[in-house]
Design a protein around this ligand. Structure first.
Ligand code: SD4
Length: 308
């Protein structure tokens, strides 16, 4: 049971998320249930300042969340700029399963979530509000590389209290039935313009799964990923014979080639897994990591290779 199953996810907080996913996969459960359960872990983590509750707000003080979910059969659902709901990944799943649509945004997404029985909460923690007030003193918007790494408190990243200004979990799971699924959830870039939507809820950008081929997800500056239909590109490259590793490398190089100057100071990372369970990752900058969990090892963290 669960012997061929595997789950991978972005960054070090992926370890805890993978364990929640593995509780399902290891019992022979479904990939879709596993990625939803996994993604909920950082969504509820108050120390994680850019996924779900505890996430840093936009420029105007609103915590706005983006999430998407997709299965091996092309079913998908997403929410963007959703406020006040702790688990946007679960709302995304409801969009997929209970509506004829793929993506709901803003007030409409909130209205749908409330109709579905999700409760309305204040997601802006006192800590995040304090960081926002600090930021307002300079009101300088500059995403910093690898702010996802849990370095807050050390004064890193040029943000108040060393706060990270973006982090996202992207997760891909292969279950014992050979089915793939993926999930991606984030509060996006801290201090973004109100209404800004990143790559994470855009199917084909922040997440893509094709049951015949594999899946891919991304992290970093979403605008660059959207511009290149990043996760779709990775999956297409795998379809045409690339390994997950080679596909991630080519997708990253596409971004670097188009914007060589900007790429020197921005981070984008891709993580991919094919239907055989082979995994690859590549990033523009050093510092991207991903967590792998299977029957052999439950808490592996791997440093991704990178351009710089
Ligand atoms: C975004 N891609 O909203 C997300 C942010 C992110 O690691 O991944 N941070 O653009």
């Amino acid at each position: 049971k669960g012997s061929n199953a595997r789950v991978v996810s972005t960054w070090d907080f992926g370890i805890a998320a993978n364990q929640a996913a593995w509780a399902i996969l290891g019992q022979g459960g479904h990939a879709l249930d596993a990625v939803e359960a996994g993604a909920q872990v950082p969504e509820s983590d108050l120390k994680n300042h850019s996924v779900g509750k505890g996430g840093y707000p936009d420029r105007d003080g609103h915590v706005t969340l983006d999430a998407s979910i997709m299965d091996a059969d092309g079913n998908c659902g997403a929410v963007a700029a959703l406020e006040h709901i702790e688990h946007p990944i679960s709302v995304a799943r409801r969009v997929m399963e209970r509506t004829p649509h793929v993506l709901l945004v803003g007030d409409g997404a909130l209205q749908f979530a409330l109709e579905q029985g999700f409760s309305k909460e204040n997601l802006l923690t006192p800590e995040a509000e304090q960081a926002w007030h600090e930021w307002q003193k300079s009101a300088h918007y500059q995403p910093s590389i690898n702010s996802e790494v849990r370095d807050y408190g050390k004064g890193a990243a040029g943000l108040p209290g060393g706060a990270s200004n973006h982090d996202t979990i992207g997760m891909l799971a292969l279950d014992a039935h050979g089915k793939l699924a993926g999930a991606c959830t984030t509060s996006g870039m801290a201090w973004k313009l109100h209404g800004r939507v990143g790559d994470s809820p855009i199917i084909g950008a922040g997440l893509y799964v094709d049951g015949e081929v594999g899946g891919a997800t991304s992290t970093g500056v979403g605008e660059e990923v959207i511009r290149n239909a990043g996760s779709f590109l990775v999956v297409e490259l795998m379809r045409h014979g690339r390994s997950p590793q080679a596909a991630c490398e080519e997708a990253v190089m596409r971004i670097v080639k188009k914007r060589p100057q900007a790429s020197k100071t921005l981070q984008v990372g891709f993580l991919a897994m094919n239907r055989a369970g082979e995994v690859g990752a590549y990033a523009i900058q050093r510092g991207f990591s991903y967590a792998v969990c299977d029957a052999n090892k439950q808490d592996g963290l791997i440093a991704s290779p990178s351009v710089y």
